[in-house]
Every structure is written in C-alpha cells, then in structure tokens.
Design a protein around this ligand. Structure first.
Ligand SMILES: [Zn+2]
Length: 296
C-alpha cells in the first residue's frame, strides 16, 4: 500500500481501530487477558468489556500500539514510510514526516522494528551462510591498524565495537540473521541446527566455524576465498554478500552510529524487508505482526 492510500484510508483514529479489530478478531472479539469471547462493546469509543474477567480493553492491548499517546493515523503513516523505504529511514526524517519530536519518532521506530521478527522461519534447499562485521571502534583494533588509520588521517573516535552478524540465506528465499557476541563454531552451529533443515546444501567460505557441517547436512560446499576462489558453478556466497551490502548501506547511510544494543533490531529490519521484497500485501502482513508483538 502506498503512502497516499494509507493517508486516505486511515485518516481517523476510529478507522485505524476498525482496521486493527478486523485483522485481530475478524468480528469475534476476544479478551486479551483471559481469552473469553463473552464481551460487550462499551459506549466509550473503541473499548470492550469482558464478562469473564471483568476487565475492559481495546484492540491495542498486548500490541506495539499499547500505551502510546500518538494517534494511530500517524502510526500507520510511519509504518508505511518505514516499510516502503528500501534503504531505511532515519528517526530524524521520520520525526519530520509525521510531525512528532525526535524521541517519539525513535520510540515508534523501535517498536515497529520489534514487530519485524520472523522467529518461525526454517530454511532448506540451497542455503548460503556467511558472517560479516558491523561497526568497530578503532581503539579495539590492532595497534598496527590504529597507526595506519591515524597516518591516513582517519578519526579514532565515535565508532561502536565491531559486532559479528551471522546470515543464513536460502536461494530464492528468505534470510535469517543473528548478531553474535563472537563468531566461532560454538556460537554459529546451534543457530544453523535450529534454522536449517538437514536435507540442505550449505555453502560457506573457508571460515573454521563452519567446519564439520557436512556430517549433519546433505552437502557442505566450501568456496575458498583465501585461495581467490569465489564462484564454482552454483557454489558461491554472492547472494548473502549482496544482502550484507544492503545492511551496510542502511546502517551507514541512514542510521550512522548504531548502538550495539539495538544492532539486532536494525539488522532484523533489513532482513524483514528483504524477505518481503515481493509481498504485495506487506502492509496488512506487518499489521498482523504488530498486533502479535507485545511491546511492554
Ligand atoms: Zn477477560
């Protein structure tokens, strides 16, 4: 859905509530506290009373929209802008676009990102696995590197610690990412175990953390970058590397200095958009995720 359509269709709080109620309940109101369907619509706009537990609630309870004072039409526009921005949108830009202060924009954006999780994905077929590093304080790098950077006139402050990110990407399919504390077999393999089906051809570079995958999976092909080998027929990691350049463009281009604490949310956003790149119903799809994500 494009922005004009969102602005037109969801221009009042009530219309937004109706839309969310439809997506969440399909006409059968359920109490979010006790799951009872014995509910009564209250006269007070948009609220319901539960005859099971005696509480009252709106469709926003237990969702990313709970307890916010920002009116829903602005939330809807923010969601549309974020979903449509291929390279991401900074919170400063968002604050101008929906006319809220910078802190509100940041908070809205973080809640929206939180809903972009795809915990249930499982990969199969041909899966490229690779790791990349984002950020990196110069003070944490080797002395040789620091001196070289200094001599080149580059700044030595303002960068976060380098964090490894693991990416698993199914060819013509979806990507899963995880921010790691350290990249090695012990951190990587449990993720692969959990997310990749055994009947899979796995392609990686020669990094030691991937050693031994052939024992568990149908096939493990290693493309040896150290020996200048990058493509061997269908065996390459170019797709996941293309995804990494998207991530880096988004993080460097839009978000500048991303705090390590929130890095996984930024990377998730890139993955979510990549995975929904051909989804014509992304806006309503996202609303389902937003309603299923408890932000509190
Ligand atoms: Zn109840």
């Amino acid at each position: 859905m494009n922005i004009i359509e969102i602005v037109r269709r969801f221009n009042t709080q009530r219309k937004c509530i109706r839309h969310l109620e439809f997506i969440r309940w399909h006409g059968k109101v359920l109490c979010p506290y006790c799951s009872s369907n014995r509910t009564t619509a209250l006269k007070r706009e948009n609220r319901h009373h539960c005859n099971g537990c005696n509480k009252s609630f709106s469709v926003l309870v237990g969702t990313i929209f709970e307890d916010t004072h920002l009116e829903l039409p602005k939330w809807f526009v923010a969601i549309g802008l974020i979903l449509n921005a291929k390279k991401g949108i900074s919170s400063r830009q968002l604050s101008r676009d929906i006319e809220v202060n910078k802190n509100t924009a940041w908070y809205v954006q973080m809640r929206i990102r939180k809903a972009m999780n795809e915990d249930n994905l499982l990969l199969t077929g041909v899966v490229e696995i690779d790791e990349t590093y984002v950020g990196g304080a110069l003070r944490n790098k080797t002395k040789k590197h620091r001196i070289a950077q200094k001599e080149a006139g580059k700044t030595t402050t303002g960068m976060e610690h380098k964090k490894p990110i693991l990416g698993l990407l199914q060819r013509s399919g979806k990507v899963i990412t995880r921010v790691l504390t350290k990249a090695n077999g012990d951190t990587i393999k449990p993720i692969i175990d959990q997310k990749v089906e055994q009947d899979t051809t796995i392609i990686t570079d020669g990094f030691g953390g991937y050693a031994g995958l052939e024992k568990k999976y149908k096939e493990h092909q290693i493309v040896n970058h150290e020996k200048d080998e990058f493509v061997r027929g269908i065996y390459h990691t170019n797709t996941i590397e293309g995804f990494w350049s998207l991530v880096k463009r988004a993080i460097i281009g839009q978000y500048h200095k991303v705090s390590g604490r929130y890095l996984h949310l930024y990377v998730n956003e890139c993955g979510y958009k990549y995975n929904n790149r051909n989804n014509p119903a992304l806006f309503s799809g996202f609303m389902m995720d937003a309603l299923a994500t408890n932000s509190i």
